[in-house]
Design a protein around this ligand. Structure first.
Ligand SMILES: Nc1nc2c(ncn2[C@@H]2O[C@H](COP(=O)(O)OP(=O)(O)OP(=O)(O)O)[C@@H](O)[C@H]2O)c(=O)[nH]1
Ligand SMILES: [Mg+2]
Length: 349
């Protein structure tokens, strides 16, 4: 009783949840549920066979929901968010009824809708569903979304902006993972997607840890507490990890900055959650961490927590920071064209 309800929408949402589920055993604990809501039945079949290949026989808390089958025949929404939205409208009542009765049985602490913005299904469905879960089922929600690689073009980037607007209009301020930041290490979009998924699935695993270990942390933390930190417009997450304390003391700020899921500025002030995790975490670094958030991110409210256990290797600082600007996202959320093309466009040749 009292776990997390994860909802993946669209192909990316479904894929990321399935990878997290297969990779981290702690997620499979029966108090958490994973619902893949998708227009594409093929995606559901792919995940089924991915679980079979991985030898995951019992995945009874990973459920598949197809929406809009009557009009879309179980295919994707062809990168048209209007189709995704009408697919949701068509099956919304049935879906919410199922989620409501699941919640009655499981009493979830929090719901985490997860989606890529840019495609036909996830872009609008994530905001619609997140707001219905909050308003009609009464579960607090923290959405997590990715935004497209800038080379994916005007259609996907335009869709992503539409999806962001929909979330903001509904008072939902997502944690954003900017796929584009992965291009610093990747030659191809495919490689970038794989790297992105490793980071996002680790975040999912940490959130599950927080539910499990939060009561033993200092001060004790309930994942519900995070919801009071959520402020407009959006947030990001980051993690700094090293196994050696001497290096960690020197380098954690650089790692913290480099590993951010989004580059932007605070609109004015921010709200932050920061977790320090080690076998035994030095107090001076905790103090340093809090002061860094106050100075660099103009933090108004900070929820800090330290989790110590002899099973932990190395030193980790993980943070989630809300109050960041969408306009200030870097690189800007618009299509990146090769330089030659930009010049030709400017000179009209
Ligand atoms: N991080 C991450 N991004 C992904 C992944 N798969 C797709 N994307 C990004 O997601 C966007 C497209 O969203 P999808 O989830 O594929 O689209 P969809 O919601 O299924 O929409 P349709 O296929 O049109 O029905 C693009 O910006 C992709 O770069 C993934 O596994 N991980
Ligand atoms: Mg799809």
């Amino acid at each position: 009783m009292g776990g997390i309800l994860f909802i993946g929408t669209g192909s990316a949402g479904e894929r990321i949840l399935s990878i997290a589920y297969a990779t981290f055993k702690n997620l499979r604990s029966k108090e958490n549920y994973f619902i893949a809501v998708n227009t594409s039945k093929k995606d559901h079949e792919r995940v089924q066979s991915y679980f079979d290949e991985r030898g995951i026989k019992d995945h009874s808390n990973f459920l598949f929901e197809t929406i809009g089958e009557e009009t879309l025949s179980g295919y994707g929404a062809g990168k048209d968010p209007k189709l995704g939205q009408s697919a949701y409208e068509a099956d919304k009542e049935k879906l919410l009824k199922r989620l409501k009765s699941l919640h009655k049985k499981e009493n979830f602490k929090i719901a985490i809708p997860l989606s890529s913005l840019g495609g036909g299904c996830g872009t609008m469905v994530v905001g619609e569903l997140a707001s219905d879960i909050r308003n009609e089922i009464g579960i607090r929600v923290i959405p997590i979304c990715t935004i497209p690689f800038r080379r994916e073009g005007d259609l996907l980037i335009g869709n992503a902006l539409l999806g962001l607007r929909n979330l903001l209009d509904k008072g939902l301020n997502p944690l954003i993972f900017d796929n584009e930041l992965m291009m610093r290490f990747s030659q191809t979009v495919g490689e970038g997607v794989d790297r992105a998924n490793i980071i996002i699935t680790s975040l999912i695993s940490s959130l599950v840890d927080l539910v499990e270990y939060g009561g033993f942390s200092n001060p004790p933390i309930d994942i519900i507490d995070l919801t009071r930190l959520v402020i407009p417009q959006c947030g990001f997450f980051t993690v700094a990890y090293l196994d050696n304390l001497k290096d960690f003391k020197r380098k954690w700020k650089d790692l913290f900055e480099f590993n951010k899921s989004l580059v932007s500025q605070p609109i004015t002030q921010t709200n932050c959650f920061i977790m320090f995790k080690a076998r035994s975490f030095p107090h001076e670094v905790v103090e340093d961490g809090l002061s860094y958030l106050r100075v660099k991110y103009n933090a108004k409210e900070i929820i800090p927590t330290t989790i110590e256990d002899k099973s932990f290797a190395g030193y980790t600082i993980a943070a989630m920071i809300w109050g960041m600007s969408i306009e200030g996202i870097k690189p800007p959320l618009k299509t990146k064209r090769p330089l030659g093309e930009e010049i030709r466009k400017m000179l009209k040749i």
